[in-house]
Design a protein around this ligand. Sequence first.
Ligand SMILES: [Zn+2]
Length: 353
Amino acid sequence: MPELPPAAPPIATWEQRWHPLREEWVLFTAHRGGRPWIGEMKRPDTGPVPPYDPTCALCPGNARLAGTNPAYTGVHWFTNDLPCFGADAPQSATDDDLYLRRPATGTAEVVCYHPDHSRTMAGLKAAEVRAVVDLWSERTSVLAARPEVAQVLIFENKGSAVGTSNPHPHCQIYAGGLVYAHFAREVESGRRHHARTGDYLGQAILARELAGPRVIAANAGFVACVPWFARYAYEVFVLPRRQMSSLIELSGDERQGLAEMLREVAIRYDNLWRMPMPYVMAVHQAPCDGGDYRTFPFHVEFHPPLRTPDTLKYLAGPEVGGGSMTNESDPDEKAAELRAAAGPHHAARGEAR
Ligand SMILES: [Zn+2]
């Protein structure tokens, strides 16, 4: 690794920061974060969750739209009953050179992290999260080898604030003939940075985060931080300590390291306000359409939509209308809050785990 760059100066009032992965500006308005709020408050998901729910489509032994779940005992995957990509997508042609179309060929899978309906990533043991990461790596290898698959997108939507009403711990895998937009952008930004500097973009970001005050946890393989250019208040990136472009490249030790960091982030999120933290998590890995992606910056992103326990970050005029993100917080301060929210999980304190 090259010498660490100097630490970035603290945030200024009225500041824009360059997002080097997306190659776009983020507007920071930390001085407006405490402005009065008279809009809708988000009620957190705090009710008790049973370990088994007879109405849950993901619990072991329960009926789904198509078929019945086996009595699985660990991590378990199945093909989504209503996939957004289909093996039998009709071949459609178009003779319009502007209104292009193509078949949505591929598959979509659901991964149940654990048979226990009440667990979350934060409530799993380290070995159980490792089993999830191992399965992600296996499914990535299998799906990436299919000729119709251009991208394996692994993501978790957690909590009703991001539209998931079922608390059963699970994620989804989309694998079709589509390179998702953020990944296409990261392909280009990674290539451009390497051509310009000879360095890998992911490693350049890591070096800057290691030199700054925003690291919240780290181990031999991975570092978790609130990035300097965070788009959401409590956004966390999990960055590998060496250049890699996909899950397939992780060693056994690195899969273990990634699992520990993911669990660490999830526990700190829940500890922050002693409530289940909603988030969207996405594994950023290179496309698998035969291109050269050696410079792609593999990492995992967590995007929690809450700014406070009961205030959502709404995407409105600047974000939806204008297409650029506004962050009302200082990433240095948010990282300090997450650093102070170390484990064990608040619900498990006093218990041996
Ligand atoms: Zn369930």
